[in-house]
Design a protein around this ligand. Structure first.
Ligand code: MG
Length: 251
């Protein structure tokens, strides 16, 4: 049963990318797509022999701003009465282990540790009761932000959208209960962020209901659920490690 819980995308040598599933420290190829019909082949490839890719290729990444009270406070911002949405482009996605490129236009690039929801089925106008049935699983995201540009522009698009500003992974965990899991962010081993998802202003089902009342969510789409307090600057060479209990570590 446990073997069904973790899905990756990977590349072995110069082969085409494949979806895979993880059993202990091995990867098995998946024929088809985990978002539709698929068959699991034997898990016989050592995990350290493959290159992990982002576990999904989303049509869009819908992010939620100020979804933790203490993070809104650290920026002297109001907690919104309805979820505050913005988009990150799919071109910003990188896999766990890949480098974030600090763009020359910004002098203040910051990390934001977030729980990411991965959509399993096409969704529009979800009710609270059915919302969780449309979740495929959960992964980890770093909502990397050029804070100076976000402030300067008013619109958040530029500050949130540089290439490499959406590290996602390392895999999708399908059996997580997202109501109360611990999330931490370390930069070069220094603890920067620590909170439980219990502290979210809007819960996972509330976000699914709200976002699906605006736009159609497609299989593989990603929803970023906001970051707790403790965001801070990244400098060249820093290593950012975001850990979510029950999922793993995004680096
Ligand atoms: Mg964020």
């Amino acid at each position: 049963i446990e073997a069904l819980m973790r899905f990756v995308r990977y590349q072995l040598g110069k082969d085409e990318p494949h979806f895979g599933w993880i059993f202990e420290d091995k990867v098995g190829r998946i024929e088809g797509s985990p978002f539709g019909e698929f068959r699991r082949l034997e898990a016989d490839i050592p995990l350290d022999r493959v290159r992990l890719l982002s576990p999904t290729v989303p049509s869009k990444i819908v992010a939620v701003g100020r979804n933790y009270v203490d993070h809104a406070r650290e920026h002297d911002a109001e907690v919104p009465e309805i979820p505050l949405l913005f988009l990150k482009p799919p071109s910003a996605v990188i896999a766990s282990g890949e480098p974030i490129i600090l763009p020359p236009q910004s002098g203040q690039v910051e990390h934001e540790a977030e729980l990411a929801i991965v959509i399993g089925r096409q969704a529009r106008w979800l009710s609270t009761k059915e919302a969780m049935n449309f979740v495929f699983g959960y992964t980890i995201c770093n909502d990397v932000t050029a804070r100076d540009l976000q402030r300067k522009d008013g619109q958040w698009t530029r500050g949130k959208s540089f290439d490499t500003f959406c590290p996602l992974g390392p895999w999708i965990e399908t059996e997580l209960d997202p109501a109360d899991v611990l999330l931490t962010c370390r930069v070069d081993s220094e603890l920067r962020q620590m909170a439980s998802t219990r502290e979210m202003v809007f819960t996972v089902p509330q976000l699914l209901v709200f976002i699906s009342s605006v736009m159609t969510l497609l299989p593989g789409d990603v929803i970023l659920t906001g970051t707790p307090a403790g965001v801070g600057s990244l400098l060249p060479g820093n290593v950012v490690e975001i850990s979510i209990e029950g999922i793993g570590i995004l680096r």
